[in-house]
Write a protein that binds this ligand. Sequence first.
Ligand code: GLV
Ligand code: MN
Length: 197
Amino acid sequence: ADPDPLQDFCIADLAKTSTPINGFPCKPASNVTASDFIFNGLAMEGNTTNPFGSKVTPGDVLAFPGLNTLGVSMNRVDLAPGGLNPPHHHPRATELDIVVKGEVLVGFISSGNVYFSSVLREGQMFVIPRGMIHFQMNVGKEKGLVITTFNSQLPGAVVAPLALFAAKPAVPNEVLTKALQVDESVVQLIKSKFATF
Ligand code: GLV
Ligand code: MN
Protein backbone atom coordinates (compact mmCIF):
# COMPACT_ATOMS: atom_id res chain seq x y z
CA ALA A 1 0.00 0.00 0.00
CA ASP A 2 3.04 2.29 0.22
CA PRO A 3 4.26 4.46 -2.67
CA ASP A 4 6.99 3.05 -4.93
CA PRO A 5 10.62 3.88 -4.11
CA LEU A 6 12.45 6.47 -6.20
CA GLN A 7 15.92 4.93 -5.62
CA ASP A 8 17.44 1.46 -5.00
CA PHE A 9 17.24 1.93 -1.26
CA CYS A 10 16.89 4.63 1.32
CA ILE A 11 18.08 3.51 4.76
CA ALA A 12 16.03 5.64 7.11
CA ASP A 13 17.82 8.29 9.08
CA LEU A 14 15.41 8.10 12.00
CA ALA A 15 17.07 11.05 13.69
CA LYS A 16 15.81 13.41 10.99
CA THR A 17 12.15 12.89 11.88
CA SER A 18 11.37 16.59 11.93
CA THR A 19 11.48 16.63 8.12
CA PRO A 20 7.82 16.55 7.07
CA ILE A 21 7.98 13.91 4.31
CA ASN A 22 6.02 10.72 3.75
CA GLY A 23 8.52 8.29 5.32
CA PHE A 24 12.06 9.12 6.40
CA PRO A 25 14.98 10.81 4.66
CA CYS A 26 17.80 8.49 3.54
CA LYS A 27 21.15 8.16 5.18
CA PRO A 28 23.97 8.98 2.73
CA ALA A 29 24.50 6.04 0.32
CA SER A 30 28.25 6.15 0.97
CA ASN A 31 27.58 5.19 4.61
CA VAL A 32 25.35 2.20 3.78
CA THR A 33 26.66 -1.31 4.54
CA ALA A 34 25.25 -4.84 4.48
CA SER A 35 24.22 -4.50 8.13
CA ASP A 36 21.65 -1.88 7.11
CA PHE A 37 19.76 -4.70 5.37
CA ILE A 38 19.81 -7.10 8.33
CA PHE A 39 17.46 -7.11 11.33
CA ASN A 40 17.86 -9.46 14.29
CA GLY A 41 14.94 -8.15 16.32
CA LEU A 42 12.54 -10.95 15.39
CA ALA A 43 14.92 -13.67 16.55
CA MET A 44 14.04 -13.23 20.21
CA GLU A 45 10.91 -14.66 21.83
CA GLY A 46 8.65 -11.86 23.12
CA ASN A 47 7.67 -11.71 26.79
CA THR A 48 4.02 -12.75 27.04
CA THR A 49 3.74 -12.18 30.79
CA ASN A 50 1.03 -9.52 30.59
CA PRO A 51 -2.78 -9.50 30.85
CA PHE A 52 -3.23 -10.41 27.15
CA GLY A 53 -0.68 -13.25 27.23
CA SER A 54 0.81 -12.03 23.97
CA LYS A 55 3.64 -9.92 22.64
CA VAL A 56 3.98 -8.30 19.25
CA THR A 57 7.60 -7.55 18.35
CA PRO A 58 7.62 -5.10 15.46
CA GLY A 59 9.91 -5.34 12.46
CA ASP A 60 8.69 -2.11 10.90
CA VAL A 61 10.76 0.80 9.57
CA LEU A 62 11.17 2.24 13.05
CA ALA A 63 12.85 -0.97 14.22
CA PHE A 64 14.52 -1.79 10.88
CA PRO A 65 15.38 1.43 9.03
CA GLY A 66 16.48 -0.54 5.94
CA LEU A 67 12.78 -1.00 5.09
CA ASN A 68 12.31 2.71 4.40
CA THR A 69 10.50 3.29 1.04
CA LEU A 70 10.33 -0.46 0.28
CA GLY A 71 6.69 -0.99 1.23
CA VAL A 72 7.07 -4.14 3.36
CA SER A 73 7.51 -5.12 7.01
CA MET A 74 7.06 -8.06 9.42
CA ASN A 75 6.19 -8.63 13.06
CA ARG A 76 6.58 -11.62 15.30
CA VAL A 77 3.65 -12.43 17.55
CA ASP A 78 4.33 -14.66 20.56
CA LEU A 79 1.29 -16.18 22.24
CA ALA A 80 1.22 -17.98 25.57
CA PRO A 81 -1.34 -20.80 25.79
CA GLY A 82 -4.70 -18.98 25.86
CA GLY A 83 -2.96 -15.73 24.93
CA LEU A 84 -4.67 -13.16 22.71
CA ASN A 85 -3.29 -10.52 20.40
CA PRO A 86 -6.35 -8.31 20.94
CA PRO A 87 -8.61 -7.00 18.17
CA HIS A 88 -6.87 -4.28 16.19
CA HIS A 89 -6.55 -2.95 12.69
CA HIS A 90 -3.82 -1.56 10.47
CA PRO A 91 -4.80 1.61 8.63
CA ARG A 92 -2.11 1.26 5.98
CA ALA A 93 -1.64 -2.42 5.15
CA THR A 94 -2.97 -5.82 4.30
CA GLU A 95 -1.54 -8.44 6.67
CA LEU A 96 -0.40 -11.94 5.74
CA ASP A 97 0.06 -14.29 8.71
CA ILE A 98 1.94 -17.57 8.84
CA VAL A 99 1.73 -19.81 11.87
CA VAL A 100 5.21 -21.03 12.77
CA LYS A 101 4.23 -22.81 15.99
CA GLY A 102 1.05 -23.75 17.77
CA GLU A 103 -2.68 -23.75 17.15
CA VAL A 104 -3.92 -20.27 16.51
CA LEU A 105 -7.46 -18.98 16.09
CA VAL A 106 -7.21 -16.11 13.60
CA GLY A 107 -10.23 -13.99 12.81
CA PHE A 108 -11.29 -10.75 11.19
CA ILE A 109 -14.56 -8.89 10.87
CA SER A 110 -15.47 -7.27 7.57
CA SER A 111 -17.26 -3.96 6.98
CA GLY A 112 -20.57 -5.81 6.89
CA ASN A 113 -19.87 -7.31 10.35
CA VAL A 114 -19.24 -10.75 8.94
CA TYR A 115 -16.83 -12.73 11.11
CA PHE A 116 -14.29 -14.83 9.20
CA SER A 117 -12.06 -17.15 11.23
CA SER A 118 -10.09 -20.34 11.24
CA VAL A 119 -7.81 -22.33 13.53
CA LEU A 120 -4.42 -22.49 11.84
CA ARG A 121 -1.51 -24.81 12.45
CA GLU A 122 2.16 -24.73 11.56
CA GLY A 123 2.78 -23.59 8.00
CA GLN A 124 -0.74 -22.34 7.33
CA MET A 125 -1.32 -18.78 6.19
CA PHE A 126 -4.21 -16.37 6.60
CA VAL A 127 -4.71 -12.98 4.96
CA ILE A 128 -6.27 -10.03 6.75
CA PRO A 129 -7.55 -7.56 4.16
CA ARG A 130 -6.39 -4.00 4.72
CA GLY A 131 -8.14 -2.14 7.51
CA MET A 132 -10.14 -5.09 8.89
CA ILE A 133 -10.32 -5.61 12.66
CA HIS A 134 -8.57 -8.90 13.50
CA PHE A 135 -6.98 -10.93 16.29
CA GLN A 136 -4.94 -14.05 16.95
CA MET A 137 -5.60 -16.36 19.91
CA ASN A 138 -3.56 -19.36 20.99
CA VAL A 139 -6.10 -22.16 21.41
CA GLY A 140 -3.44 -24.84 21.86
CA LYS A 141 -1.60 -26.08 24.92
CA GLU A 142 1.86 -25.06 23.75
CA LYS A 143 3.39 -21.67 23.02
CA GLY A 144 2.30 -20.13 19.73
CA LEU A 145 4.32 -18.13 17.23
CA VAL A 146 2.93 -16.23 14.27
CA ILE A 147 4.95 -14.20 11.77
CA THR A 148 2.91 -11.39 10.30
CA THR A 149 3.85 -9.54 7.12
CA PHE A 150 2.59 -6.26 5.70
CA ASN A 151 2.62 -4.35 2.44
CA SER A 152 3.67 -1.21 4.29
CA GLN A 153 6.88 -0.19 6.02
CA LEU A 154 4.76 1.19 8.87
CA PRO A 155 1.30 -0.39 8.87
CA GLY A 156 0.20 1.31 12.09
CA ALA A 157 -1.99 -0.50 14.62
CA VAL A 158 -5.14 0.74 16.32
CA VAL A 159 -5.96 -1.69 19.16
CA ALA A 160 -9.73 -1.52 19.64
CA PRO A 161 -9.96 -1.91 23.45
CA LEU A 162 -7.06 0.46 24.03
CA ALA A 163 -8.32 3.03 21.53
CA LEU A 164 -11.70 3.16 23.24
CA PHE A 165 -10.70 2.70 26.88
CA ALA A 166 -7.08 3.82 27.22
CA ALA A 167 -6.91 6.85 24.91
CA LYS A 168 -5.22 10.00 26.23
CA PRO A 169 -7.00 12.25 26.73
CA ALA A 170 -9.80 9.80 27.54
CA VAL A 171 -12.82 9.25 25.32
CA PRO A 172 -15.71 10.71 27.39
CA ASN A 173 -17.80 8.20 29.37
CA GLU A 174 -20.97 9.62 27.84
CA VAL A 175 -19.72 8.63 24.40
CA LEU A 176 -18.83 5.11 25.52
CA THR A 177 -22.02 4.48 27.52
CA LYS A 178 -24.10 5.56 24.52
CA ALA A 179 -22.01 3.66 21.99
CA LEU A 180 -22.01 0.43 23.99
CA GLN A 181 -25.47 0.85 25.56
CA VAL A 182 -24.24 0.20 29.09
CA ASP A 183 -24.15 2.05 32.42
CA GLU A 184 -21.29 4.34 33.32
CA SER A 185 -20.07 1.88 35.98
CA VAL A 186 -19.34 -0.66 33.24
CA VAL A 187 -17.33 1.90 31.27
CA GLN A 188 -15.44 2.90 34.41
CA LEU A 189 -14.67 -0.72 35.21
CA ILE A 190 -13.24 -1.35 31.76
CA LYS A 191 -11.28 1.90 31.83
CA SER A 192 -9.77 0.85 35.16
CA LYS A 193 -8.52 -2.40 33.61
CA PHE A 194 -6.53 -0.41 31.06
CA ALA A 195 -5.40 2.40 33.36
CA THR A 196 -1.78 1.26 33.17
CA PHE A 197 -1.66 0.65 29.40
C1 GLV B 1 -0.77 -9.17 14.17
O1 GLV B 1 -1.95 -9.09 13.90
C2 GLV B 1 0.15 -8.10 13.90
O2 GLV B 1 -0.37 -7.04 13.57
O3 GLV B 1 1.38 -8.30 13.97
MN1 MN C 1 -2.39 -7.21 12.86
